[in-house]
Design a binder for this molecule. Structure first.
Ligand SMILES: C[S@@+](CC[C@H](N)C(=O)[O-])C[C@H]1O[C@@H](n2cnc3c(N)ncnc32)[C@H](O)[C@@H]1O
Length: 369
């Protein structure tokens, strides 16, 4: 930990470990220019690029992913973050507070009221690096396991990686008589600001786009910025959603609410890659690879981590090979990435147990032509 702390500012379901993009940068990144992740999630690739002194671009259709990735690139300090939080909380305003059984059980009322104050201020404007950092700190602290001695989260007992569905959560808390704690929001923010922004880091540089990577529109924006720098992407390190995994917004509905979304579960899958059939999914991936080829330099590297989920098993190697066929990307190497880490949700009380583990693979391709 230390210099890599910032990467853990907020968990993200299906995130890959920092070691993956770091090892790719280590192996192929000499002289790398811009690094891109078209499915950036929590911005692990962007953070790895920062550690390698490379500028980076992140694209994701989920607002939570975009907010977290932006926070991986900001240059700010603990003092600036705390000044921002203090200033917002000291304002004499009455925020909109969501109502209903879930919210009554999820947070202590005063804590929720302060969360809402910060939410309103940041939804209205998140134009400084300190605000972007504070927003990600809030997202990371919103929900997770309770601790009476050293509280680190604002919520009643919750998983940290994904948001539980309201009816299930309320039943869970009632059956166990779990109550939300009156935690000190500012001291949690401070502890987290020190952990994530208290270290000296290489300068963060790059940009993040909220959008659908299958579309040319998003890549036209990327190209405009790259053209200004007279640059091309020399490395793409990414992990697309596994076939069938399309609940990124619903699974993060509390964090999505904090960013200005609805205070109920949002089941929309807008902007998510289409999963209506394996062939459709493969075609969608191909669009992304074609889009990335257009803004990449000759001999650029594309590194993909891919696997499969229990509910819709597919052979990950076949899916990626098919999606790359007919593109400018030529496969150089396919290797096992081991098994998706058991226990990603293990620490959580809501954990799903006894799910079969599926092997993940890393595919390395080179741009020809
Ligand atoms: C496997 S996750 C990426 C995790 C990331 N590697 C990390 O470490 O956090 C896949 C991401 O793709 C995003 N996504 C799905 N469809 C997309 C699309 N069409 N365009 C852009 N992003 C998309 C999801 O919102 C999700 O954040």
């Amino acid at each position: 930990m230390g210099i890599t702390n910032l990467n853990a500012i907020c968990p993200y379901f299906t995130m890959f470990p920092l070691d993956f993009p770091l090892s790719i940068l280590e192996q192929y990144g000499e002289g790398a220019q811009w690094v891109l992740d078209p499915f950036c999630g929590r911005g692990t690739t962007n953070f790895a690029a920062r550690l390698h002194n490379c500028p980076s671009i992140g694209i994701d259709s989920s607002p939570v992913a975009v907010a977290l990735t932006e926070a991986k690139l900001v240059n700010t300090t603990v003092t600036q973050i705390m000044r921002t939080a203090d200033k917002i909380l000291s304002k004499d305003i009455i925020p909109d507070i969501p109502q209903g059984e879930f919210w009554e059980h999820a947070f202590d009322y005063e804590v929720l009221s302060n969360i809402c104050k910060i939410r309103e201020a940041l939804v209205k404007s998140c134009d400084s690096e300190a605000r972007i950092a504070l927003r990600a700190i809030m997202l990371g602290a919103l929900h997770g396991p309770q601790s009476i001695n050293s509280p680190s989260y604002f919520s009643n007992q919750c998983p940290r990686t994904y948001a539980p569905k309201p009816a299930y959560a309320v039943r869970f808390w009632k059956e166990r008589n779990f109550k939300p704690l009156k935690v000190d929001i500012l001291s949690i923010i401070k502890k987290r600001a020190e952990r994530y922004y208290g270290q000296e880091l290489p300068n963060g540089y790059g940009f993040v786009i909220k959008g659908d990577s299958t579309t040319g529109r998003v890549f036209a924006r990327v190209k405009r910025v790259l053209d200004k720098h007279n640059a091309k992407v020399s490395m793409i390190i990414t992990s697309p959603p596994y076939y069938g995994m399309k609940t990124y917004i619903a699974d993060q509905w509390i964090r999505n609410w904090f960013l200005g979304g609805p205070d109920v579960v949002d089941y929309s899958t807008n902007g998510q890659i289409k999963h209506s059939g394996k062939e459709v999914f493969i075609k969608e991936l191909r669009k992304v690879w074609n889009n990335t080829a257009e803004i990449s330099s000759r001999n650029a590297i594309l590194a993909i981590r891919f696997g499969s989920i229990n509910d819709r098993k597919v052979n990950p190697e076949d899916v990626i090979k098919d999606s790359l066929s007919g593109t400018l990307w030529e496969i150089k190497e396919i290797r096992s990435a081991g098994f998706a880490k058991k226990g990603r949700r293990q620490a959580d009380t809501f954990a799903e147990k006894n799910k079969e583990q599926i092997e993940e693979i890393d595919i390395i391709a080179v741009k020809r032509g």
